[in-house]
Design a protein around this ligand. Structure first.
Ligand code: HEM
Length: 458
């Protein structure tokens, strides 16, 4: 693995600090029951910390940003993805998210043009068009001075946004069905993630069968949408149309149906649940910090009021952008990144065996006082200098880092700014219950309780 310029050795003896626990499983049981607290504790123990072992796999947490950078940019022959071959592999198929090595490189190169900045105005048109329905619903609630489960409203809104951006048209019934199927798949992944006893997916247990049936149903539904799209291309170009236009540079051939299916499933989940999680925490924090909200609203109010929000307006929302970045610092939707060691190599002077799993916790890094001043404080001004604020670049990872960095980060920031600008321009939102929210670290860092807000007109 490419070593950082001057990595500090894990300990003076070249052995990592280890978390206490049962001799064999180490802290894996605690990792399953309360991962946030456990990884927070482990983050203070040293640059690389042995968390425990499951079978022949050792689990390490990498805490030092230089070493994090080494892991996330390591040569593919040394370090690979853990999601390949796991439940996520079966759920998404062979997509840019699950592939590795040359097939991943090729797919990422082919996909990149669809995510070009020049496509953002078109995607903005689709995304912004969906906010109207949410505004109408909130208008009715505001008129009665009522309250609403805002997290559910965001889940619905961001789902309609990604469906519209992807397909160019709304497909409401199917979307609801897809949601249930994905939820079941992600929940199954979560149950198996730290389980020492999980049988391989091909083993016909009732749970494995249910999972496989769910994936088969999901695939059939999405294949139907793609077919329909081919037969009746929508006027507005969505991401699907862009994906259909992807071509192999050497042969000029388009993607197979399976490849298209895998990318559509991946974009749907990667582009929906992540943004929903980020938006929920953003509105939670805004409701708790009226001073920050006032500044965001002042910035939004300074935009031309005589016409609907336009894509270009988003560039003027700098403080709003900093607020979104700060919300993702405190509550990164992708709270845990993981990689697998593929062949023996060293990290910060520590020898790693093949199969070792390296975990990086954006949640712990984002709150580490070594990299952030007053890290528990919600302070969007720390991002004011338009680079990554005060921290080491690899200590701020809401979208990952290195070659596997999120391909949709431009789309995500556009969506989040759009939702914030349209909703905050129109409504005053206050928390019904100011008690601290409970973290639910599943596939994404969700808020366990619904975010209930009082809604009033501004
Ligand atoms: C706030 C919203 C989002 C967050 C926090 C987020 C976060 C991330 C993170 C942390 C990774 C890297 C995972 C790793 O290194 O293991 C990632 C990868 C990815 N994201 Fe996002 N994402 C967001 C929105 C989106 C959107 C809107 C899309 C597509 C429309 C998208 C598509 C992807 C894909 C395809 C990958 C895999 C890239 C690869 O492996 O080459 N994401 N995302």
């Amino acid at each position: 693995m490419t070593e950082a310029a001057a990595p500090s050795p894990p300990t003076a003896t070249g052995r990592p600090a280890a978390m206490p626990g049962l001799p064999y499983f180490g802290g894996i049981a605690r990792m399953r029951s309360d991962p946030i607290a456990y990884l927070g504790e482990a983050s203070r123990k040293g640059p690389v910390v042995l968390l425990g072992r499951l079978g022949r796999r050792a689990f390490y947490q990498v805490n030092d940003p230089d070493l994090v950078r080494s892991v996330l940019t390591a040569p593919r022959a040394d370090v690979g993805m853990t999601r390949t071959g796991d439940v996520l592999g079966a759920l998404f198929g062979e997509s840019v998210f699950t592939l590795q090595d040359e097939p991943w490189r090729k797919r990422r190169d082919e996909l990149q043009p669809a995510f070009r900045t020049s496509h953002l105005p078109e995607l903005f048109g689709s995304a912004a068009g969906e906010v109207g329905r949410t505004v109408a619903r909130l208008d009715a609630i505001a008129a009665a001075r009522g309250s609403v489960d805002f997290s559910a409203a965001l889940l619905d809104l961001l789902q309609r946004m990604i469906v519209r951006m992807m397909f160019g048209v709304a497909v409401p019934e199917t979307a609801e069905h897809l949601t249930r199927a994905f939820d079941h798949g992600l929940e199954y992944r979560q149950r198996r993630r730290w389980s020492p006893a999980g049988l391989p997916l091909w083993f016909p247990t009732p749970a494995n069968r249910r999972f496989a049936d769910g994936v088969a149903r999901l695939d059939r539904s999405i294949a139907e949408i793609i077919e329909d799209h081919r037969a009746h291309p929508p006027e507005r170009a969505g991401l699907l149309k862009m994906l259909m236009e992807c071509r192999d540079e050497a042969t000029g051939a388009g993607w197979s149906d399976d490849e298209l299916l895998a990318e559509v499933k991946t974009t749907f989940v990667a582009g929906w649940l992540t943004t929903t999680t980020a938006a929920t925490w953003l509105f939670d924090l805004l409701a708790r910090h009226p001073g920050v909200t006032d500044r965001v609203v002042a910035e939004i109010d300074a935009l031309p009021a005589d016409r609907p929000l336009g894509y270009e307006d988003l560039h003027r929302l700098e403080y709003t952008e900093d607020t979104i970045l700060e919300a993702m610092r405190l509550f990164p939707p992708g709270w845990l990144l993981s990689r697998r060691v593929r062949r023996p190599c060293t990290l910060g002077g520590l020898r790693l065996d093949a199969h070792a799993v390296l975990l990086v916790s954006p949640y712990a890094l984002h709150r580490d006082p070594a990299h952030w001043r007053d890290p528990q404080r919600f302070d969007p001004d720390r991002f004011r200098d338009r680079t990554h604020g005060e921290a080491h670049k690899a200590a701020y990872l809401p979208f990952g880092y290195g070659p596997r960095v999120c391909i949709g980060r431009g789309v995500a920031m556009m969506e989040l700014k759009t939702v914030a600008a349209i909703l905050l321009r129109r409504f005053r939102l206050t928390l019904v219950d100011p008690a601290p929210a409970t973290l639910q670290p599943v596939s994404f860092l969700r808020r366990a309780e619904p975010l209930v807000l009082d809604v009033a007109p501004r």
